[in-house]
Design a protein around this ligand. Structure first.
Ligand SMILES: Cc1ncc(COP(=O)(O)O)c(C=O)c1O
Length: 368
């Protein structure tokens, strides 16, 4: 028997919205530009399997990007056939064996890992493609352009590993044009140096969502959006809606304390609803006395401290609210919306973290 899903807290994933966003991205790109859809971090909390399957069916996605061999292997085990690039730097180097077994393309981010990949492929008598990561200003993983040229040289002299691509990543495409153009310039100079040495680079790519949409010069052969596909970027439709239901409701007198630490006291007669969502679901404790939820389309403030499994809302303004009513904590309800960006600002973080934090305890329900 399927395990029952009774606790009324769930995240709706609109597959039509995801499809529309991917198509919109596709339509904003030259037809020869390939589209790699980033599904790492369980598709930014949206559910990697459902999102990858939709991407495969959509016919507009050429590649998927994951962060680890484990993430890629889970997609392969579930029958996803699109080419998959592992964006993280693989370690232990033993990971190259599993990557080859699952037909995943690893990132090579150092000269040492280029050699280890070649060694491993020779040892297990297999061949692998790889993409080389070039550091242009992100300061995370990747080789300096000079080391990347050396790695291209080393790999072009053997048969086990084929360089299928070279790429870089932007540090602030959303916020700093000058810096991003500096990164594009460095990457272009690296590509020119590789061409001058007759070194084959395969697919050249650099752009995340902001790069793909705002910097046509950064599109090269492929772009790698995540955020825009999930509708967390201006002009795209949010894919995820975090929902719960009122499970308890009461009227309290002025002065009544609410929740841990009695961090809220009612100033007037207040209708307080309890919803079964808390920080163990990824609804941050930082939203205590700060967050809002939509009840019948009306914004209702979080009152008191967000607990591990429960949160209280002041529903006085949502006339007629009662047990069983649906509550939206993130996303749209009718004409009202609580965007991830708004929640992120309240928490001093970014929308990526807001959606990635929704825990495994929250079932993802795909709307077809
Ligand atoms: C290497 C790499 N490429 C692409 C992306 C997608 O970025 P965005 O979600 O801003 O489009 C990420 C996400 O962090 C990334 O790490």
């Amino acid at each position: 028997m399927d395990r029952p899903f009774l606790r009324p807290t769930w995240a709706e994933i609109s597959l039509p919205a995801l499809r529309a966003n991917l198509k919109r991205l596709r339509s904003r790109l030259p037809s020869k530009t390939k589209l790699l859809f980033v599904v790492k971090g369980d598709a930014y909390g949206h559910g990697a399997l459902a999102c990858s399957r939709l991407a495969q069916r959509s016919g507009v996605v050429d590649w998927l990007g994951v962060s680890s061999v484990e993430e890629g292997a889970a997609l392969r085990d579930a029958g996803v056939r699109l080419p998959i690039l592992v964006l993280g730097s693989l370690y232990p180097f033993e990971s190259f064996r599993a990557a080859a077994f699952y037909g995943l393309v690893p990132t090579v981010a150092s000269l040492d890992s280029a050699r280890r990949l070649e060694e491993m492929m020779r040892r297990i008598a297999r061949r692998s493609a790889c993409h080389i990561k070039v550091e242009t200003g992100m300061g995370r993983i990747g080789m300096t352009p000079r080391a990347a040229l050396d790695a291209l040289g080393v790999l072009s002299a053997q048969r086990e590993v084929r360089v299928g691509g070279v790429y870089t990543h932007f540090a602030c495409a959303e916020s700093n044009r000058q810096f991003t153009e500096m990164q594009i310039g460095r990457f272009n100079r690296f590509l020119a140096a590789a061409a001058a040495r007759n070194l084959r680079t395969g697919l050249r790519h650099a752009a995340n969502s902001a790069g793909a949409l705002e910097y046509p010069g950064s599109r090269f052969d492929m772009v790698r959006p995540g955020l825009a596909a999930y509708g967390l970027y201006e002009g795209f439709e949010p894919v995820l809606t975090l929902k719960t239901k009122i499970v308890f409701i009461k009227m309290v007198k002025p002065g009544t304390p609410i929740g841990y630490g009695a961090a809220f006291r009612a100033k007037r007669r207040t209708r307080v609803a309890t919803v079964p969502i808390g920080y163990a679901d990824g609804f941050s404790r930082g939203l205590s006395n700060k967050g809002e939820a939509l009840v019948g389309g009306r914004r209702c403030p979080v009152v008191g401290t967000v607990a591990m499994d429960m949160t209280m809302l002041d529903v006085t303004q949502a006339k007629g609210a009662r047990v069983g009513d649906e509550v939206v904590l993130l996303g749209r309800s009718g004409r009202s919306e609580i965007p991830a960006g708004e929640v992120a600002r309240k928490l001093g973080t970014i929308p990526y973290e807001v959606v990635c934090s929704i825990s495994g305890r929250v079932p993802r329900v795909c709307l077809p």
